[in-house]
Ligand binder design. Sequence first.
Ligand code: FAD
Length: 448
Amino acid sequence: MLWFRRDLRLADHPALLAAIHAAGEDGAVLPLFVFDDRLWEPSGDPRRRFLLDALADLREQTDGALVFRHGHPAAVLPKLAAEVEAVSVHVSADAGPYGRQRDAAVERALGGIPLVRTGSPYAVTPGRVTKRDGSPFQVFSPFARAWREHGWRAPAPRPADPRWHGGVHSDDPPRAATDAVLPPAGEAAAVAAWHRFRDVRLTGYAEGRNLPGTDGTSRMSAYLKYGCIHPRTLLADVAGVEGESARRFTDELAWRDFYADVLWHRPESAREYLKPELQDLGYDTGPQAEELVRAWQEGRTGFPIVDAGMRQLLGEAYVHNRVRMIVASFLVKDLHQEWTLGARHFLHHLVDGDLASNNHGWQWVAGTGTDAAPFYRVFNPITQGKKFDPDGSYVRRWVPELRGLDAAHVHEPWTAPGGIPQGYPAPIVDHAHERQVALDRYQRLRDR
Ligand SMILES: Cc1cc2nc3c(=O)[nH]c(=O)nc-3n(C[C@H](O)[C@H](O)[C@H](O)COP(=O)(O)OP(=O)(O)OC[C@H]3O[C@@H](n4cnc5c(N)ncnc54)[C@H](O)[C@@H]3O)c2cc1C
């Protein structure tokens, strides 16, 4: 039996190969997905929709054999394993805090039937890359060096003709609908998206990756999140490519592994400050603060690059990485809100929402994480906009009220000859002032 989780593909799937091997020549593999409320409920509709589409694709790939069940896996798995007389249950290891607890509970509940973990959603399984003394890395660069030295396996072959165990009752999947425009889900879509990037855009990645108005990044994050493709497949393709772009791209996959590694060693870091003293910085509360947060969520802050990013989040369930940093900095340092509030909002709306990458990305911007940006580095939304969206194409795409403004005014609409275009708000805060407020609070904390 193969219990799919974040590995919704058939190629480069070591746990699938292990399940086929365990089933033997005459046996068949029962493919299963469990809808677990603990994971389904906190997901927003974009992630639910993407997951359902990826599962529909997987069901087709398994000739309709993929079985859906609802409930807690510790109750579902033993029942189904008994029903089909499974000799073993195969999974790709889960490195997240809930996944680890859940799998331990399933293992206990399965009694004599082994839960076999083979591979993980990462190039290097979290916990494997350590300093010489065995302790975890706190800082990205030495982690990335050790990660490259450790290396990873070549992609596993796709099984030629897997035999699936059919005829088992399947529950209906739940429903989900979203207005966000999502990428097509599933393994074939992931491979096609990867090939388009690898063959055309990878060479320009080093320059293009910071420009949200261009199609400069891979857009692989949702596929990686659900394992429609494995990072090893990407790394194998990139290994033969010379130059800065391939190196930068490999580094980004190292960040993904790094954050999973941090979460593995410090499971509490998903919710708690890695620098706990910053929890006492002093955050804004009350009706006025709540109204400012609503303006941020809805893309009505009056700062064009921030509004474009927050509207991209609602429109595509995705935000460009540079803009994720800008909008996160704005929430924490201009609106004086805790990073946890922003992280929850992102996780609810992002199609690639991932506990490790998201919550550590937020801690990085907020200056509260391991290897975080220093607190005093505050993103200026105007200069960031001008630098990384120089022609204003990103802002114009997402903020129609500003489409009539040229590049010289689109990031500062209040300087336009006709003033701020109708329908677009004036800035809700004075950035220079709020930056100083944040730095003063930080200084007070340090002087205590
Ligand atoms: C506040 C904040 C929240 C974020 N939340 C998430 C999230 O929920 N899920 C998520 O996958 N990424 C998250 N990121 C990281 C990054 O923004 C996205 O992975 C990236 O924008 C996805 O677009 P892409 O696939 O085109 O990236 P590319 O630039 O093409 O990168 C390739 C892959 O590398 C990985 N990657 C790239 N940058 C990072 C990074 N900084 N940290 C970890 N992995 C990275 C991703 O898997 C990505 O798909 C967050 C970053 C910040 C600053």
